[in-house]
Design a protein around this ligand. Sequence first.
Ligand code: FEO
Length: 172
Amino acid sequence: MSVIPQKVQDAINEQIKNELYSAYIYLAMSAHFESESLTGFASWMRVQAREEVTHGMKLFDYLTDRGGTVALKAIQAPPSKFDSPLGIFQTALKHEQEVTAMIHGLYALAAQEHDYPTQVALNWFVTEQVEEEKTAAEIVAQLEMVADNRTALLLLDREMAGRGKAAAGAGA
Ligand code: FEO
């Protein structure tokens, strides 16, 4: 079992924290949507939070599999005040763009350290971030179309609930 360069291990530990913080942000957004009776958006955010935990655990398992040391870090509190649904998804999109930059930074470090297995493991995350940004951008675009039409917002909320049901059906 090859040893992961220490700098890369440190950066992976940092990214585990970043993924778990993402889960925290989406959970906070889910709670906010629940308080607004937008249960479809709340459910979508809850599924998203679960996904972020699996992202963190992927890195956790990778570090362990390669004989690295998992060093969990403190996770800051997520925001507690939220804007309109459009503002929330704009924040989510911006957050995903930041995560993409983090993943790319981690990939660049692994390349610099000639850590080929980590680069291969990170390919999954590079692809996933394309999907994450695309999904968030689509919802931003849909909410821009909705504007301040409450009926359209409720219809979109119903549609968003579908993700939670699909994930539950798939056992996610
Ligand atoms: Fe784990 Fe949303 O990126």
